[in-house]
Design a protein around this ligand. Structure first.
Ligand code: FAD
Ligand code: NAG
Length: 757
């Protein structure tokens, strides 16, 4: 019976062989996915193609290792039988149970969503950690490898193979070989059972869950250094963009797609599962070794092509990837030593990139060294210039701080395309800058310029970018945003009346705006104005447009600064009423086109909408700090304030509020990173409601604990309260966001209902 099955399998394999173009990896997949009851060892097929490869294969070893792992509960297909009798099918073989599930050929897993991809990668790395946790002795595999010195052997084996196949001198390859030989890890006697070819396409996942059902292809398994497997499984994170993964015929696009999970995250999960330190001193060696090995293999394939016995059609292409692979190996060898320990508290749930961590650290240092010490001088500037026009100018120390921050690269951190930071990275940084009222501007990360830069970056023409975005990014000019109007309820933006009418080669703008923040800054050179470009044949949401208006255009007039609870808010350039009387700008100043204002507003209000929230969490931290200090300093009725339980509870409640609000903010930021602005709309709305509420509560408690001082100019709390209170109105009042949240909730619930039916 068994033999009959096997014969059938072999026949099937041969049939497949006949009508398929093979590359080694390709046909193993065909067989893995075949619906045969049994999967026959692929080497039967290799007989036809890669005679040289065959001698590497030791069927009995492969059977033995799988048998041991299966008994130990590790996910491998159940090995059923090993036959050393070559008379049956012409060679020794073994048979294993077929496992039904999913195999992903493209390492970037384009067929699944980001969340699932992340889960699949994590499942893969947990499985690898499990493999490395076994003890060779207890698996009954003593003597499986060749003893200590695995790394040394790897370097010399691949060097030998490379030298034998080399067709031209590639200095990077020689240099890499030399570096590897001179930088062997000190713990080269560490031995675990390793897989030798551990990558996601050697794994069968559960058909619907992110669960590993079986790890395949054990022919390269041995006893060796476990980090070799880990490096090999994660090397695609560094894959040179110029190199296609030729064995798959696909571009390894992982780097270009969302980096979730990140390299650091995967490695730290691995370390956690194995219970080892996340400081992997020699990890660069293993990454470099992996690239060396890939380069040597590629050279080998090309050599076989030259000899006329290579399997794959594209074998000749392997020649040109040897060099970039070797260069990447060299580059990784020079990388600063790897550690994934350096993580923030939030890093447990939400992953900051390495760059994000470094930038946050630098921002914190910059705040300590330069910003807090300048606070007094800045406050004194405004106190001294209270009644003169000088108050609208920026204090010289602010300009100096900006130059310093720029020189340190702490600049434009809010814009992912420029900073290379994710929204999540930026959320933690923005919170830090939010602790001090003038800090965001020092890093060129202040509203409304951030939103305006986003608009120009996303929707501006090349000329518009050159003229306005560049100087904004450089911090040479600032800007304002004119949407809200005094005469209509602007939370429904379709009410907006300000007209933008075409007249020849110009647009003519007429109307009144107010709450244009930042317009009082003498450096404010440009406004983005939203107005009505009437179009009777278009919908309500296509009647408005955005247009660029230089502030010095005739007819544009600053009427008055509005007070916020009595504050002028000079440091942020005030909030102005602005009138437009026949303000004429060239047609080319329109952004994106007539009728596209709402489209732009949607885009602007994704990340931009929660930047305030991120910053205001920092303000809450400052308020809570002041509250605790004051509660510890002063006494009433014979005890410190914080010994009054009600005060202690306020402190605790404030901490709860901040933590809850931050979790939501980070979740939203990470959702924007992973799914984009549109899919995170509900989360953005929730954050926009939750955070100002929570922060206001903290400030209110802090004011109460500080007593009269709390509302005075001696403490920042009153200004903070005024400022944060406006966030419940600005960028849309709470009620509008609540309606949005409810709409999404109802929609999602109705989908769940139909799904059940
Ligand atoms: C400090 C500050 C800075 C600002 N900066 C800018 C800026 O730079 N540029 C700019 O264009 N604007 C700016 N604004 C304006 C801000 O965006 C608007 O005030 C806001 O959009 C609300 O519009 P409105 O004032 O016309 O209120 P209205 O539209 O008149 O709404 C008043 C109230 O009606 C209620 N309401 C509205 N809709 C609903 C609903 N669907 N359900 C239930 N109740 C509802 C809400 O309680 C709302 O607060 C700023 C405002 C402040 C206070
Ligand atoms: C007016 O709207 C219609 C329908 O959306 C569109 O086809 C047309 O181009 C618009 N006109 C202008 C001048 O934008």
């Amino acid at each position: 019976m068994m033999v009959w099955h096997m014969v059938e399998c072999v026949q099937k394999c041969s049939e497949l062989l006949d009508h398929l173009q093979f590359s080694v990896l390709y046909y193993t997949h065909v067989i893995k996915e075949d619906t045969l009851l049994f999967t026959v060892l692929i080497y039967v097929c290799e007989l036809f193609i890669e005679p040289k490869f065959l001698c590497l294969l030791q069927v009995d070893r492969e059977y033995r290792v799988q048998k041991a792992l299966f008994s130990a509960g590790f996910p491998v297909p159940e090995p059923l039988l090993y036959c050393s009798d070559v008379s049956i099918i012409g060679t020794e073989f073994y048979v294993m149970q077929h496992v039904q599930g999913r195999i992903f050929r493209d390492l970037s897993l384009p067929e699944v969503g980001p969340a699932e991809r992340s889960a699949l990668y994590i499942a893969m790395i947990e499985t690898l950690a499990l493999l490395h946790s076994f003890d060779l002795q207890s698996l009954g595999l003593q003597g499986y490898g060749r003893g200590p010195g695995y790394c040394r052997r790897q370097v010399s084996t691949w060097k030998r193979q490379y030298d034998a196949a080399a067709h031209t001198d590639i200095p990077a390859m020689n240099k890499l070989a030399e570096w590897l030989a001179n930088n062997l890890p000190l713990d080269d006697n560490e031995e675990s059972l390793i897989h030798g070819d551990f990558r996601i396409d050697n794994i069968i996942f559960h058909p619907t869950e992110a669960r590993v059902l079986a790890v395949l292809d054990w022919e390269l398994s041995t006893a060796g250094h476990p980090l070799a497997d880990l490096a090999y499984a994660t090397l695609f994170y560094f894959w040179p963009t110029s190199v296609k993964d030729l064995s798959q015929g696909t571009v390894l696009g992982f780097k270009d797609t969302v980096e979730s999970p990140s390299f650091e995250e995967l490695v730290s999960i691995y370390c956690r599962c194995r219970g080892i330190s996340t400081t992997l001193a020699n990890f660069n060696f293993f990454l470099a070794l992996s690239y060396f090995k890939m380069a040597a293999i590629s050279q080998g394939i090309y050599a076989r092509y030259l000899l006329g016995n290579a399997a794959a059609e594209n074998s000749h292409e392997f020649a040109k990837i040897v060099k970039p692979l070797a260069e990447k190996g060299l580059e990784l060898s020079e990388r600063s030593s790897f550690s994934s320990t350096h993580r923030s508290v939030s890093g447990e749930l939400f992953h900051q990139s390495r760059k994000g961590q470094e930038t946050l650290l630098k921002v914190k240092q910059f705040m300590q060294q330069h910003i807090y010490p300048a606070e007094k001088e800045i406050i004194a500037y405004y106190a001294g210039h209270g009644n003169t026009e000088e108050k609208w100018k920026k204090p010289p120390v602010l300009e100096r701080l900006k130059e310093m921050a720029k020189a340190e690269g702490l600049w434009n951190l809010f814009l992912p395309d420029v900073s290379g930071l994710s929204q999540l990275d930026y959320a933690l940084i923005a919170e830090e800058t939010g602790k001090c009222f003038f800090a965001p501007e020092v890093f060129n990360c202040h509203a409304p310029d951030t939103g305006n830069m986003e608009v120009l970056h996303m929707y501006g023409t090349e000329e518009q970018k050159k003229e306005w975005l560049e100087p904004l990014l450089e911090g040479k000019i600032s800007s304002c945003f004119c949407m809200t109007e005094p005469d209509v309820a602007s939370s429904d933006a379709t009410n907006m009346q300000c007209s933008i009418e075409r007249d020849g080669n110009s647009y003519v703008i007429n109307g009144k705006k107010w709450w244009s923040s930042g317009a009082g800054n003498p450096n404010c050179k440009v406004a983005i104005v939203m107005g009505k470009t009437r179009n009777s044949s278009a919908s309500r949401y296509k009647q408005h447009s955005m247009i660029i208006v230089p502030m010095d255009t005739p007819g544009l007039k600053l009427i008055r600064p509005l007070l916020v609870f009595g504050y002028l808010d000079e440091i942020h350039g005030g909030h102005f009423e602005i009138h437009f009387n026949d303000v004429r700008v060239p047609v080319s100043n329109i952004i994106l086109g007539e009728g596209r204002g709402f489209e732009i507003a949607q885009g602007r209000l994704g990340p931009g909408r929660i930047h305030h929230c991120m910053r205001s969490l920092g303000a809450a931290e400052t308020a809570l700090q002041l509250m605790c200090q004051r509660a510890a300093q002063r006494e009433t009725f014979g005890k410190k304030l914080y010994h009054h339980e009600v005060v202690a509870h306020w402190i605790a409640e404030c901490r709860l509020g901040i933590e809850q609000a931050r979790l939501l903010t980070l979740r939203t930021a990470s959702k924007i990173d992973v799914l984009g602005n549109r899919k995170a709309r509900k989360e953005v709305a929730m954050t926009k409601v939750v955070v100002p509420r929570a922060v206001l509560k903290v400030i209110d408690c802090a004011i109460q604990v500080c007593g009269g001082a709390g509302v005075s100019q001696d403490f920042p709390l009153a200004f903070m309260f005024a400022y944060i209170r406006t966030l419940r109105l600005a960028d849309g009042p709470d009620e509008v966001h609540l309606s949005t949240i409810a709409r999404w909730e109802l929609l999602e619930q109705s989908k769940k209902l139909t799904a059940k039916i």
